[in-house]
Design a protein around this ligand. Structure first.
Ligand SMILES: NC(=O)c1ccc[n+]([C@@H]2O[C@H](COP(=O)([O-])OP(=O)(O)OC[C@H]3O[C@@H](n4cnc5c(N)ncnc54)[C@H](OP(=O)(O)O)[C@@H]3O)[C@@H](O)[C@H]2O)c1
Length: 301
């Protein structure tokens, strides 16, 4: 008789990443599976497919201890509670304490690149969470997910329209990775029997600069786009003038500063080591979204 598969739990299962991870786990017949969320009513489809759905809020430790009961391997998806009051780090510490109380063996955590040394204002949340795991009695796997390629469309679609991409990254870039590849990496970490404590840098195949981005998007869309490099403050001010909320503009400016300083790289082989697959490149991703990029009503050059 073989040992029963460990019970796998995914937090934040109604978010984009969490939902996809649960889908992939179901496809792989992994499990038993538990999905936790603040909104169980959104996960009726998973319940119908045999997933145990439980309510859990990282602001409530008792709810988490109950929700984590019986789980051996837990994917702790970082929350989106970005504020100056340290809410996100407090939430993650609460979840880690609850996992320990509930008898969880291994926590897989979605972190960011170079959290120990980054100009990005939310880096201390990830650094603090990694440190909390390292000081806990739990086994842990840190997935330092690079910047989602998916969000490139937000800046590249208007760049195609206007013929210009603005930024503050100079010659620096990011080792962008698709959210789908982040989901695949999480599934590999959850279904592995590894119990040692490891950090994986989940990246795409190469670091891509803003100059390289405009070359690629020009090729894919058939419209000439040039890159305009600005000081970070001017880049941020331009984004605010264009209607972005101040906090979001600040994060985008900080991200470009991180690219400039090489903090969103280098590219790593870790995705391949973990999953046995080659990560999607920016060129492949943009080609797959050619229609969105070409539909932009810009001037044809
Ligand atoms: N690498 C990148 O470029 C990048 C970009 C954006 C975000 N991120 C990070 O990666 C995470 C997952 O990405 P995503 O695309 O799936 O984001 P998303 O769709 O916005 O999901 C946000 C996630 O936060 C969870 N959450 C928020 N407050 C919570 C709370 N009090 N207790 C428990 N869970 C809470 C949500 O879970 P429920 O709603 O199910 O409770 C959901 O899974 C984000 O939360 C963020 O930390 C990374």
């Amino acid at each position: 008789m073989g040992e029963q598969n460990p019970t796998i739990l995914v937090t934040g299962a109604s978010g984009h990443l969490g939902r996809r991870v649960v889908d992939l786990l179901l496809e792989a017949n992994a499990g038993p599976l538990i999905a936790t969320t603040r909104h169980p009513e959104k996960l009726g489809d998973f319940a119908k497919r045999g997933v145990t759905v439980r309510k859990a809020d990282f602001n409530d430790q008792e709810s988490l201890v109950q929700a984590f009961g019986g789980a051996q391997r837990v994917l702790l998806i970082s929350t989106d509670a970005l504020d100056a009051a340290g809410t996100r780090l407090r939430q993650h510490r609460t979840a880690i304490a609850a996992a320990q109380r509930a008898g969880v063996k291994q926590v897989v955590y979605t972190s960011m690149p170079n959290p120990e040394d980054s100009p990005i204002s939310f880096a201390p949340d990830h650094r603090g969470t990694e440190e909390t795991l390292a000081n806990s009695q739990l086994g842990w796997t840190i997935l330092r997910n690079n910047w989602y390629m998916d969000y490139l469309l937000m800046s590249l679609v208007p760049a195609v329209t206007h013929g210009k991409l603005y930024g503050a990254a100079g010659n620096g870039g990011a080792a962008y990775v698709t959210r789908e590849d982040c989901a695949l990496a999480a599934v590999a970490a959850l279904t592995s029997s590894e119990s040692s404590n490891r950090v994986y840098n989940i990246t795409g195949p190469t670091v891509v600069s803003n100059e390289e981005l405009v070359k690629l998007v020009s090729q894919v869309s058939g419209r000439a786009v040039e890159y305009v490099n600005l000081p970070a403050q001017d880049f941020k001010a331009g984004l605010v003038r264009a209607g972005l909320p101040e906090g979001f503009a600040q994060i985008l400016a900080e991200s470009d500063l991180a690219k400039l300083q090489g903090k969103l790289g280098p590219a790593s082989q870790d995705f391949q080591t973990l999953t046995g697959r080659v990560p999607v490149s920016v060129a492949e991703f943009l080609t797959a979204h050619k229609d969105e990029l070409s539909a932009s009503p810009g001037k044809v050059h």
